[in-house]
Write a protein that binds this ligand. Structure first.
Ligand SMILES: Cc1cc2nc3c(=O)[nH]c(=O)nc-3n(C[C@H](O)[C@H](O)[C@H](O)COP(=O)(O)OP(=O)(O)OC[C@H]3O[C@@H](n4cnc5c(N)ncnc54)[C@H](O)[C@@H]3O)c2cc1C
Length: 500
């Protein structure tokens, strides 16, 4: 295949099926459709966007899943720009977040200038306010301690505990990792969550010196520099859907893929009839040799873009991917609209992270304090209260919606330090998510590498999504672009998934 016209014709004859219509699947679909491939997206639920979703609460359309994107790498902003939405990019309010659950039930602003909560100077006023004098002196020992194992500590929790003590770990680092990654510091891989920190520690001889050095030069603060979209993150999904439609992509919702089967040299995806709620209408056929009932969608290449459990279920029978059992944190987000003028002053900035164990809620976002567009959309206050983390089921799990809203309201009052009565609650919305494990969790990189290798070994199969790339749009988007590029290359030049 050398001639450009032949390549174009070849692309047009290549059928791609993307299973899963979250951002990963939509971006992969876009990359394939751009070169003229025939693309079908199969989405199990009744709407596209996956975790990026909104709901109307008290007459306002609010993000009830992802509400921002990390600016790291610039790929999400580039996508937003490619879709013509660059004018809608907005920065959050600069007030910053607080940490609650300090001794005596106190709360304080999260100190600026740290990395994953690790401070550069334990004696600075904002840090001492959180960890106290005792914590500050203990953290200072980091400078005096012989650097016995420097450069070799893998666990963030172990590193911080050993060098700077329990107060820094519990009150500064754990709230950040739990709030941002839904994971305990002990489970976080330093090299992945804070690249360069271990090396800087070797150079400077202390952890605080390492933070100061990294912050002094190019700031490396994973997960902190974020932007949003005026009107909410679902505008990204709307724009993707519009572009995909323009490119002739077939977008099927209520179309859960049940299995992937061989179809001669190519593939077919078997789709269950829609049930309206996205769940399969019938159990999967136990024996894949028996033709399963349901719609068969032919494909030269299949890109699986579902969460991990579904991806393993679909791909294990056709690759060496381990069907494995998947443990992933369940989180619930309860969005509250409250009539509370006392919140006009944004008493806890843009939101609150918690010292693990101090509150039933994991974190709170004061959405109307964080986003100006939302403030302009309602005279009331919008609060997002999150429950659940790795190894800890959400406290709302067994509650009905009203009881979950009541618990979220009382947690919000505690976290914001402002009494909130049930009569002040105008409306609420509750959403449950099974979150992917963050890429920075120890051992996760090996799981991802093994997963990719197993799928890539089979021509015509590809896989994208947060379970491989790590959670967060800044991880998911570039990964989906890269995997779609692999599919395009394989289809157009490699021959293995090429159209006949
Ligand atoms: C509560 C919450 C808040 C978050 N906030 C942020 C944030 O503010 N900023 C940020 O950058 N990231 C955030 N994230 C992370 C980010 O939203 C996700 O990493 C990202 O959206 C995942 O995209 P995805 O396409 O991989 O998966 P998903 O969005 O989960 O999409 C997968 C899709 O596959 C579909 N599917 C499943 N099985 C099948 C099947 N058999 N057939 C067809 N379709 C199927 C699902 O219905 C779903 O639509 C948040 C995550 C959560 C849970």
């Amino acid at each position: 295949m050398t001639d450009a016209a032949d390549l174009v014709a070849h692309a047009h004859d290549t059928r791609i099926v993307v299973v899963g219509g979250g951002v990963a699947g939509l971006v992969a679909a876009l990359e394939c459709a751009k070169v003229g491939m025939q693309v079908t997206v199969l989405e199990a639920s009744d709407r596209l966007g996956g975790v990026v979703r909104s709901a109307e609460v008290d007459g306002v359309s609010v993000d009830v899943g992802a509400e921002s994107f990390a600016t790291r790498g610039g790929t999400v902003a580039a996508l937003v720009t490619e879709l013509g939405l660059q004018h809608a990019i907005v920065a959050p309010d600069a007030a910053g977040a607080w940490v609650a659950g300090l001794p005596g039930g106190a709360a304080a602003p999260l100190p600026a200038g740290g990395i994953l909560g690790i401070p550069a100077n334990p004696f600075s006023d904002d840090v001492r306010r959180v960890i106290g004098w005792r914590g500050a002196w203990r953290a200072y020992l980091d400078r005096l301690r012989p650097p016995l194992t420097i450069g070799h500590e893998r666990s963030l929790g172990a590193l911080v505990r050993r060098r700077m003590g329990q107060a820094v770990l519990d009150r500064l680092v754990a709230p950040v990792t739990t709030g941002v990654y839904s994971a305990r510091p002990d489970d976080i891989d330093v090299d992945l969550a804070a690249p360069g920190l271990n090396n800087a520690l070797t150079r400077t001889g202390s952890l605080q010196g390492a933070v100061a050095q990294l912050r002094g030069g190019r700031a490396v603060v994973p997960g902190q520099a974020v932007q949003g979209l005026d009107g909410g993150m679902t505008r990204l999904v709307d724009a993707l859907v519009e572009r995909l439609t323009d490119l002739g992509v077939e977008l099927r919702v209520g179309a859960p893929a049940r299995e992937i089967v061989r179809d001669g040299d190519a593939w077919a995806v078997v789709v269950d009839p829609a049930t309206g709620d996205g769940s399969p209408a019938a159990p999967a056929a136990a024996d894949s040799a028996t033709p399963a009932p349901g719609d068969r969608v032919p494909a030269h290449a299949v890109i699986v873009a579902t969460p991990e459990a579904q991806a393993r279920h679909l791909l294990a029978p056709v690759s060496s991917l381990d069907p494995g059992s998947v443990t992933a944190p369940v989180v619930e987000i309860v969005t509250l609209v409250v009539d509370a003028p006392e919140l006009d002053v944004a008493p806890r900035g843009t939101g609150v992270l918690t010292v693990p164990g101090s509150h039933t809620a994991k974190a709170l976002t004061h959405a109307t304090a964080k986003w100006q567009w939302l403030r302009e959309a309602t005279p009331h206050h919008i609060l997002r209260v999150s429950f659940g983390a790795q190894g800890e089921a959400p406290a709302t799990e067994a509650l009905d919606d009203d009881a979950a809203a009541a618990l979220a309201l009382s947690e919000a009052a505690a976290l914001l330090g402002v009494p909130l009565q049930p009569s002040q609650l105008r409306a609420s919305h509750r959403e449950r998510y099974v979150q992917s494990q963050p890429a920075a969790v120890i051992g996760r990189a090996a799981v991802s590498a093994a997963g990719r290798a197993a799928v890539h070994a089979v021509p015509g199969l590809a896989v994208v999504g947060a379970w491989l790339s790590g959670t967060g749009l800044a991880q998911v988007v570039p990964d989906a672009i890269a995997e779609a590029e692999r599919v395009r290359r394989e289809a157009l030049w490699g021959g293995s998934v090429a159209a006949d």
